[in-house]
Design a binder for this molecule. Structure first.
Ligand SMILES: [Zn+2]
Length: 571
């Protein structure tokens, strides 16, 4: 039994995520977690909301809520949607947690002790009325390029010109509207990533099993242009983790918080601490997942994320961990994803384009979406969601292949033998042949799941379903029962056991359908380590209940209706 730590990139707090976000991190991470648990491994699967930074403050200002209340409410919304999609997190944490405050301050202190933090004096705009330094986007004024009077200090929304706050004509505070602004000197902290460039490069080079997508992005950031740059890790904001050096105050950093990119990945560790607290466990229970000197030496740590998150996870967060010179666990494998596009364009949160998690669940149960998204995961290139493809895939794979097999077998059994596994007859060549085929396919399925080759795993699972259909068609128990009722009984007994096998193997992809089948069959979900034994698991005389229709077909009218409904922007 192995110990596997799994994290999904943590979603930002300001709003509901679309299906492209879901398939780029949380959903494949859940697939892997469910599979590894099913194989008997010890899994800790963590995710959280990423709650700091200017966009959270701005989103809260828009709704009129204090930012802490806004984040608490949106965390609840995202947690509910995660439950709706059956994301099986052991803990869904919050980057604003006290645990993350302590750990982030701790890491900053360690990095400073080891010479990886530089204090840099910069000139920045100070608002006397607001009594605070203003980030660039908190300063508004008239654009010198186009005359737009609500241009922001970082960019003009109207003409898209990149700006410095000092370029603005009649600059004012976006918070209070005050024009009583002055340029003052202020200090910020920088993480000296450039000092760790060689160490990071050697570490990336050692990861020969990582996807090319992951390592190529990391190498680009390491080597392109002037190479890996030092990065600011502090900001002048109210909402965030106050800058401290461990538990000590940091002279000159009063009123500042850590920049969100610095504290967000540390939440992976903090989420484990939150999990332990929520479970009433001692600190040793989470530290054994994260500290190689406290039990994590045998942990395999796997991260899931979209390609836009790769630089932070291959360079910045490892630099934080390495620079601490503490034995924290570094990631062992990074599974990164390309983008899922929507119907000829991109999913877009800002433009409300595409299908969002809440909308998807309002239309169909989560298994329909899980199956389509995972079987079309953008692993080796971008992929595209179209309603035609979604309809075709659901109707064929789920309704015609899997659903129909279950329905034909159970209904035939109920009609001819009752709701009980029939006895009589002995398996013959046809059953042996199918068992041999399933043995090979099961091995391939397991290998793909372990390698996190999701589309290949989905393809193999589909082939396993198809093999059962082809068997049933060739065996034709509805014909056999007329002349050889014992043979028909054996075929149906074998097929009922196939249904149970399918329920167990399919659980990581479609957990609700799997649970419904196992409940109907009144059987456990143990993995078929011994395939012939698994195919005899439901013995003659075992009672079952004919399950309801597993998957319904999507009609052309529905598809057209949804196409029209989602053609515009989300309101
Ligand atoms: Zn402009």
């Amino acid at each position: 039994m192995a110990r596997i730590l799994i994290t999904s990139a943590i979603p930002y707090i300001n709003g509901i995520k679309h299906l492209g976000n879901l398939v780029g991190s949380q959903l494949p991470a859940d697939l892997y977690a469910r599979y590894m648990r099913a194989r008997g491994h010890e899994v800790l699967f963590l995710c959280a909301t990423d709650e700091h930074g200017t966009p959270a403050e701005l989103a809260a200002a828009k709704t009129g809520e204090p930012v802490a209340e806004y984040c608490a409410r949106m965390h609840g919304v995202q947690a509910e949607l995660a439950r709706g999609f059956r994301l099986s997190f052991d803990h869904f944490g919050r980057s604003s947690s006290p645990q993350n405050h302590r750990l982030t301050q701790y890491f900053a202190g360690r990095l400073a002790e080891n010479g990886y933090i530089e204090e840099v004096t910069e000139k920045q705009i100070y608002s006397n009325a607001d009594k605070r330094f203003l980030p660039d986007r908190y300063i508004e004024g008239t654009c010198p390029n186009c005359g737009y009077d609500k241009a922001r200090g970082d960019q003009c929304e109207n003409c898209t010109k990149q700006l410095d706050p000092t370029d603005l004509i009649e600059p004012r505070s976006a918070i209070s509207g005050s024009t009583d602004l002055e340029v003052r000197e202020t200090k910020h902290l920088y993480l000296r990533q450039s000092l760790m460039k060689d160490e990071l490069a050697a570490w990336i080079d050692s990861k020969t099993d990582w996807p090319i997508l992951t390592t190529s992005i990391a190498r680009k950031w390491l080597n392109d242009g002037d190479g890996l740059q030092d990065r600011g890790i502090t900001r002048d904001l109210d909402w965030g983790i106050p800058v401290k050096r461990g538990e000590e105050d940091w002279p000159g950093m009063e009123g500042k918080v850590f920049y969100v990119w610095f504290d967000a990945p540390i939440e992976y560790i903090a989420a484990a601490a939150e999990w332990a607290e929520a479970q009433g466990r001692p600190d040793a229970d989470w530290r054994r997942w994260w500290r190689t000197d406290e039990g994590a030496a045998d942990v395999r740590y796997v991260q899931f994320m979209g390609k836009d998150n790769v630089p932070f996870h291959t360079l910045s967060f490892p630099a934080t961990i390495m620079g601490s010179r503490d034995p924290w666990k570094l990631v062992d494998y990074i599974k990164s994803f390309n983008y899922l596009n929507y119907d000829g364009g991109q999913f877009s949160t800002s433009q409300g384009r595409g299908v969002f998690m809440d909308q998807a669940l309002a239309i169909l149960p989560s298994d329909y979406w899980r199956w389509w998204l995972l079987s079309h995961a953008p692993e080796h290139s971008d992929s595209e969601f179209t309603w035609e493809n979604f309809q075709a895939s659901v109707n064929k794979d789920l309704a015609d292949v899997l659903g129909n097999f279950v329905s034909r077998v159970t209904k035939f059994c109920r009609a001819k033998f009752g709701e009980v596994v029939p006895e009589g007859g002995s398996p013959g060549d046809r059953e042996t042949e199918l068992t041999d085929e399933l043995y090979i396919r099961l091995r391939a399925y397991q290998a793909h799941m372990e390698a996190i080759e999701i589309r290949k795993a989905a393809g193999e699972l589909r082939a396993i379903w198809v093999a059962g259909n082809e068997y049933l068609q060739a065996a034709a128990p509805w014909t056999a029962i007329k002349t050889e009722p014992e043979t028909a009984a054996m075929q149906i007994r074998f097929s009922l056991n196939l249904i149970r096998l399918y329920a167990v193997l399919s659980a990581p992809f479609i957990p609700d359908a799997s649970a419904a089948l196992l409940k109907a069959l009144d059987s456990g979900d143990d993995w078929p380590e011994d395939l012939p034994a698994a195919l005899n698991r439901l013995a003659p005389g075992h009672a079952f209940a004919t399950p309801d229709i597993l998957f319904r077909k999507i009609t052309d009218e529905e598809r057209e209706g949804w196409q029209a409904q989602f053609a515009g922007a989300r309101h």
